[in-house]
Design a protein around this ligand. Sequence first.
Ligand code: B1M
Length: 214
Amino acid sequence: MIDHLNYIKEAVIRGNHTEIKALVEKALDAGVDPTALINDALIAAMDIVGREFGEGKIFVPEMLVSAVTMKAGLEVVKMRIVGDENRSRGTVVMATVKGDLHDIGKNLVAMMLEGAGFRVLDLGVDLSVEKLIDQVKSIQPEILGLSALLTTTMPEMQKVIQELQTQGLRDKIKVMVGGAPVDRVFAEKIGADGYGANAAEAVELARRFVAERA
Ligand code: B1M
């Protein structure tokens, strides 16, 4: 039997972006569970890439090609699992904070939220406090999701929450935060409404926020 997950994991680690789509399609066609594919192949591969980068075994260009490969694989899974756009549980605005270009985790959270029936407006990466607040004012989402992957960009999350407070918007929106260096203690400290350790937890949290409003 073909070890689909291992092939995909290896393809991401090696940055084999030309073959990843076909490999993921083949795995899904063979009945591999999309969640297992995401967790045990795509994310598992990025963990190894991150470790190798941290140990100085690979450098930014290699990390980037792996990221591109992971994103291409994720896109294929997304096409399969994102459901009917007409049913909306609520609107979520997602962004990676200022100074931070990491978007794979955010994209994954956005994709799982869409799959769970939320309307997701993804503002992208490197979002300044000002831009985020402007977008919140114009879109008026129920939930704002902030992602940060660098210890140096985590404080931006607190700035956003403080600015929501200053502008009298804080009680109109739930703020959830996440990203590898973020944890529950940090989330509480900065006054976020919740923290998701992974995409599944983010979806649970969003569901809870919406249920609390009802
Ligand atoms: Co960067 N990078 N990187 N990087 N990178 C890390 C984060 C790092 C830990 C690597 C390392 O040293 N081992 C390190 C940070 C160290 C620190 O801050 N203490 C690091 C560094 C140093 C850097 C640069 C500074 C390197 C340099 O230039 N010298 C630079 C910074 C650029 C910038 O942002 N300004 C940089 C650049 C890059 C690339 C561009 C090459 C690339 C990003 C490409 C892209 O995203 N489009 C990259 C990558 C790929 C990584 C690693 C290897 C992988 C990140 C990733 O995608 N993981 C990463 C090492 C690692 O984390 N193991 C690393 C997979 C992803 C699915 O997980 O994003 O954690 P994650 O998301 C998870 C959860 O955290 C959670 O759910 C997701 C799914 O489970 N989650 C949320 C995320 N957001 C959420 C939001 C929520 C809820 C849950 O609610 C709203």
